[in-house]
Each structure stands twice: as structure tokens, then as C-alpha cells.
Design a binder for this molecule. Structure first.
Ligand code: GLY
Ligand code: MN
Ligand code: MN
Length: 441
């Protein structure tokens, strides 16, 4: 039996206890594994476990359901999973099996997944509240409704069906938002791998290189470190840098082009998310450098705000203020900064936000606002800072020399007790650093 879990059984048990305490003794929590998805006929997309199940159990097989039943005398933590099967395991690799899962994962009990239909209605009976992610997996939603209906059908015989249905994320997302020291260790490792991968790309860049060749450099480094892309790597040369989620990665980078690379490794389930924009031939043109300097300044000033007690929204507001000032100075915008910001006129060059929580999901869970207000930063929160400027090739009312330039700079930051820690250190960021790095290849 092999388990690839990254933390001790005690750590997962502690997380489950914390979640059950918040849910209360009359609740039941149901967490299905991510479904396998067909890619082509009988082959599947690479399997990735549901982040919540991974967070609470470190269990990586499909066809499983974790059920938490706080206060239940005969066991609070139950896993339904695939049974051992020598024939299938000879084809697909080993399975943990219910017997193995109890010990390896520190659970109270485990059952074959085929018994779920028979057992789950009995677990729901007598519980007043069900915590579950409604709407994430419609097939499973229907199964859950079927089990609930089975309990409801027994009401005249004295059964008590649950009567409150709550969003599991309301409790669990808040737990996941705050990263422990051991989670931060994995995130730093994902950061280090990603930094090495971006450096490899800058080293390999030459006029005439194709975007997919640079993507291969990235992903070679990821795999060498037992990591995988946390999301589809974006490698956009020239105008393609202006397409925010460009993924075709097919074009050729010519001398004079900038290349925007937005890519991060996932290690142990935790994502990194880095963007750099560099000249394929190692030297920025005057216009490229001018815009890059503005974005780099926005990145630096926004990141400098990252400390406990600061409202998360301040990061974005700081970046926008620097970008607008730069756009005015360069003549790409005209008017008064305050008005351009209030009216959102800058959005034609900066249409996205300056960052997002990052963790098990690259766009991680957690509320950004509380009671309508931007929430205050606290130690353990991790997020990206990723300002950019994009002047599409067909932008109107813009001097020709700016057209087709797209730039983004992105790093990952953890809030500490008295400030922040950069999780993606050591990668050239400013125009000078990038030119020096590329000249010394
Ligand atoms: N790579 C997606 C993002 O930066 O949010
Ligand atoms: Mn990114
Ligand atoms: Mn990002």
C-alpha cells in the first residue's frame, strides 16, 4: 500500500477535529473525491484529488467519500473507498483499500465504496444539518438527494431526516485560508521549483524559439522535482502576451518580442504562481522597458503593503494608483488620476485584479470581503501580487509604438507576524535584473 500524503496522520486528524468542532454535534459532513474525467474514449485526464478531501485526509484515490459524523459513538471519521482488487491493481497500480485506510489515515472506520448506498442513509438519519458542496458534482448531488429521500420515506416509522443544508465551504474555506508552517514549507518548495523553471526559460530563450519549446523547459523542471503544472502554463510571445489566459503556446518568438510566461508548479498539492515578462533576445526596447518599469514599480509598491492589519483591497488600490500614474506619464492615458481610477478608464490596459489567495487551489478558497468590507490581512494568508499592463495590437487612440506590448509580473507572498515573506525569491524581476541575467547566460 502506498500513500503519497504530505502530512502525518495526526495532522489530518487535527484538521478533521477542528472542522467537526465548528460544525457541531448534530451535523454530518460529506466530502466526495474528485470524479475521474474522460479525456478521450477510455483514457482520462490526469487525476487530481479534490482539494478539500486532500486537505482533510491526504487520500489520493478516486471513487471515495469521506464522511464526518461529529460525536457519533461508533466512530466519527469514516471513509468509503475502493476495495483491494489484485486484477485491477495489476493494471492501474495499488489501492489502499478500506482496511489499509483506517490505519494509514487515522480514521475510525472505512468501508467499500459499494456499500455507500446502503450505509449513508443511516448516517444521515438523526442528524439535523448536512454540510456539503452543493452544485460542484451534479452526479453526486443527485445521489445525496436520493439518500435523503430514503430517510424522509421513513418518517412515519420514526426517522428524523436532516432539515438544514449548509455550504461546507463556509467552514472549511476559512480553515484552508490560513496556512500552517508545514503547509508553508510545501508552498515554498513549489515556489523554489517554479523559480528554477522560469530561470530555465529565460536561459533557453532565443529569437526564433517557439512558445511550446519554452513551455517544455518549464515543465521539464517541474517534473524533475516531482511537481506538475498547477494550471496550464501560459507562454505568450509578442501580441499573445495581451491575451490574459493564452494557452495555445504555438507561436514563434521573433527578435524584438517580449515573452510573457505565467506558470507555476504544484508540489504536494500546493500551487505556486509566477509571471515574468522578458525580451526574447535579452534586451528591452525603450517602450517595452518604460512599461515594464511601471509594472515593476506597481508590483514593488503593492507588495510593500503586505502586512497584518492592512485591508486586502489596499494591495490592488496601490497597484492601480502606480499604474495610472505611469500611464499618464507615458501619455497612454490623459486626464486626472482620481477620475480615471473612479471611472475605471485604466481597465482597458489593466482589466484584472492584482492577486488572489493561493494554496491547494491556484485561485484558492477564502472570502475577500467580510460584511461588505475588504478583509484585513492576517498571518498565514498567502496571495499573489500580479500587476500588469496590456496594450493590444489593435488598441485605438494609442501611439503605434506601444501596441502589442503585454506585461505582467507576479510573485507569491505569505503574511507573517510582522510583515510578509516572498515565497518565490531569487528570480530576476526588474528590467535591469532580467537583462543582466540574460546577458550572463
Ligand atoms: N495563472 C493564473 C493567474 O495568474 O491567476
Ligand atoms: Mn499567474
Ligand atoms: Mn495569479
Amino acid at each position: 500500500m502506498s500513500l503519497n500524503a504530505k502530512f502525518s496522520a495526526a495532522t489530518y486528524a487535527r484538521r478533521r477535529r477542528q472542522l467537526m468542532r465548528m460544525a457541531g454535534d448534530d451535523a454530518i459532513l460529506v466530502l466526495p473525491a474528485a470524479p475521474e474525467r474522460v479525456r478521450s474514449r477510455d483514457t482520462h485526464f490526469p487525476y487530481r484529488q479534490d482539494s478539500d478531501l486532500w486537505y482533510l485526509a491526504g487520500f489520493e484515490e478516486p471513487d471515495a467519500v469521506l464522511v464526518l459524523v461529529p460525536g457519533r459513538a461508533h466512530g466519527e471519521t469514516l471513509l468509503f473507498c475502493r476495495e483491494r482488487d489484485p486484477d485491477r491493481e495489476a493494471w492501474d497500480g495499488p489501492r489502499v483499500g478500506p482496511e489499509g485506510a483506517v490505519d494509514a489515515l487515522g480514521l475510525d472506520d472505512a468501508y467499500p465504496i459499494d456499500d455507500l448506498d446502503e450505509i449513508l442513509p443511516g448516517l444521515l438519519e438523526g442528524r439535523s444539518r448536512v454540510y456539503y458542496h452543493f452544485g460542484r458534482d451534479t452526479d453526486f448531488d443527485l445521489k445525496l438527494i436520493g439518500w435523503l429521500n430514503r430517510v424522509r420515506a421513513q418518517v412515519r416509522l420514526g426517522a428524523q431526516p436532516p432539515h438544514e443544508f449548509l455550504e461546507l465551504g463556509h467552514l472549511l474555506d476559512e480553515m484552508r485560508l490560513f496556512k500552517s508552517r508545514e503547509e508553508l514549507r510545501l508552498m515554498k518548495r513549489a515556489g523554489r521549483i517554479s523559480v528554477e523553471a522560469h530561470a530555465a526559460v529565460m536561459r533557453a530563450a532565443r529569437p526564433g524559439v517557439h512558445e511550446y519549446e519554452l513551455q517544455a523547459e518549464l515543465e521539464y523542471v517541474f517534473r524533475r522535482h516531482d511537481a506538475a503544472p498547477a494550471y496550464e502554463s501560459i507562454v505568450g510571445a509578442g501580441d499573445n502576451a495581451c491575451v490574459l489566459h493564452y494557452r495555445a503556446n504555438r507561436a514563434k518568438a521573433d527578435a524584438g518580442d517580449l515573452v510573457l510566461v505565467d506558470a507555476g508548479a504544484e508540489f504536494g498539492g500546493y500551487a505556486a504562481d509566477i509571471t515574468r515578462t522578458f525580451p526574447v533576445d535579452g534586451v528591452f526596447s525603450a517602450e517595452q522597458r518604460a512599461l515594464h518599469d511601471v509594472v515593476a514599480q506597481a508590483h514593488a509598491e503593492a507588495a510593500a503593503q503586505a502586512r497584518p492589519g492592512v485591508a486586502y483591497g489596499v494591495i490592488h488600490d496601490t497597484a492601480v494608483a502606480v499604474l495610472v500614474e505611469g500611464l499618464l506619464r507615458l501619455g497612454l492615458l490623459k486626464g486626472k488620476a482620481a477620475k480615471l481610477i473612479a471611472e475605471g478608464a485604466y481597465k482597458r490596459f489593466y482589466p484584472h485584479k492584482t492577486g488572489h489567495w493561493i494554496g491547494l487551489d491556484v485561485h484558492d478558497v477564502g472570502d475577500y470581503r467580510i460584511d461588505g468590507e475588504s478583509r484585513l490581512l492576517e498571518p498565514g494568508m498567502v496571495f499573489t501580487v500580479e500587476p500588469g499592463l496590456y496594450v493590444p495590437a489593435d488598441a485605438r487612440g494609442v501611439a503605434d509604438k506601444w501596441r502589442g506590448i503585454g506585461i505582467r509580473i507576479e510573485d507569491d507572498f505569505a503574511i507573517t507576524r510582522d510583515g510578509h515573506e516572498l515565497l518565490t525569491p531569487g528570480l530576476p524581476r526588474s528590467a535591469d535584473e532580467i537583462e543582466d541575467f540574460m546577458a550572463s547566460r
